[in-house]
Design a protein around this ligand. Structure first.
Ligand code: GLY
Length: 345
């Protein structure tokens, strides 16, 4: 069985033919065989994805099976069951999937009461002529396909939400009128730069096909109805079967305004390594962060966004705006953590 339709050598030759010098940069990681990558909370997810792929699964089914482990885990407070709720104490989930071989996508946003939004997103891809269903419509669609409604608010998440309510003061996401130079509006980043969770997972299967999923409970205590980057194709994830896949975690608003997963694919298309393409997206966000309330004292973004990518040849890498961190990768040798690049310390 042919594993990839192009080899890494072909990839480099094609990129060089297109006049792209950066294609000759040393690769960050090179992996043969099935490959899965994920954000740092996806160690079990990539291991499961590769297990599924080795058993013959399509990459899309494999990555969904992987992230389902996190969606059902009450201890991950950023994804699925146990995710922190919105400002009204209701858990609202966002997820998107993309299937490389068909180029199709499916997504759900502000979905309440369904533990596995990634599975519903796959139904949107397979059983509708649409890409994105939201809110009540998404829930009705899920029920139509046999999903049952559950209470996703764990006791721990409820107590965290109550503490937030009881100490609310002016620390929410509503903003008074303000200008680009207004730094302190009372609310700014009370959550801290790493408060955003989410899981992204992409994989290459034994046929060389690529697929991706991103799933999240979104920003804790968000304004009800707020949708982040995760379910938005081109922002929270993108996948092109001839190039590779990319996805994100972190401050969704910054990614939504810069369409970074699509940007990363296009950078890899012209020869960037996955890590360089992810760094490029981080730089783009930093360049476009003009508001004082979003910057630290030296004018850098005061928040974090992380990107994860793999290319068709199986090279993987990631980058984030602030600070050292790891992502996970799995292949035939098992799952392990690898260092990500970062723009600012
Ligand atoms: N990146 C997840 C979110 O902003 O909702």
């Amino acid at each position: 069985m042919q594993k990839y339709s192009i080899t890494r050598r072909d990839f480099l030759r094609n990129s060089a033919a297109a006049g792209v010098a950066t294609a000759l940069q040393p690769k960050i990681h090179s992996l043969a065989g099935p490959v899965a990558i994920a954000s740092q909370n996806g160690f079990a997810a990539v291991a499961r994805a590769v297990e599924e792929i080795n058993a013959g699964a399509d990459a899309l089914d494999a990555v969904i099976a992987g992230v389902n482990l996190v969606e059902e885990d009450p201890n991950d407070i950023t994804v699925g069951y146990g995710g922190l709720p919105n400002a009204d104490g209701v858990v609202e989930l966002d997820s998107a999937v993309m299937h490389g071989p068909t180029g199709r996508a499916g997504a759900v946003a502000s979905l309440q009461g369904i533990k596995y939004p990634s599975r519903v997103a796959k139904y949107v891809l397979e059983r509708t002529d649409h890409v994105l269903l939201v809110g009540e419509g998404a829930q009705k669609f899920a029920r139509m396909h046999g999903f049952s409604i559950e209470n996703l608010l764990t006791e721990e998440a409820r107590e965290t939400w109550v503490r937030w309510r009881e100490t609310l003061s002016n620390r929410d996401d509503y903003l008074p009128p303000h200008g680009p130079d207004d730094a302190d509006l009372g609310e700014t980043f009370h959550r801290g730069p790493d408060h955003w969770g989410t899981i992204h997972c992409s994989a290459i299967d034994l046929r060389g096909n690529i697929s991706s999923v991103t799933t999240t409970s979104g920003l804790p205590f968000k304004i009800p109805g707020r949708v982040g980057d995760s379910p938005i194709i081109g922002a929270g994830l993108y996948c092109d079967n001839e190039v590779g896949a990319a996805g994100s975690t972190g401050r969704g608003e910054a990614n939504l305004e810069n369409c970074c997963s699509f940007l990363i694919i296009e950078r890899m298309r012209v020869g960037d390594s996955p890590q360089d393409a992810c760094l490029y997206a981080c730089e783009r966000i930093a360049q476009n962060t003009h508001l004082a309330r979003l910057q630290n004292e030296t004018g850098e973004p005061a928040f974090n966004v992380s990107f994860y990518a793999l290319n068709k040849a199986g090279d993987v890498g990631g980058a984030r705006i602030r600070g050292q961190a790891e992502m996970v990768v799995a292949d035939r040798s098992g799952a392990r953590y690898i260092e990500m690049a970062h723009l600012f310390p």
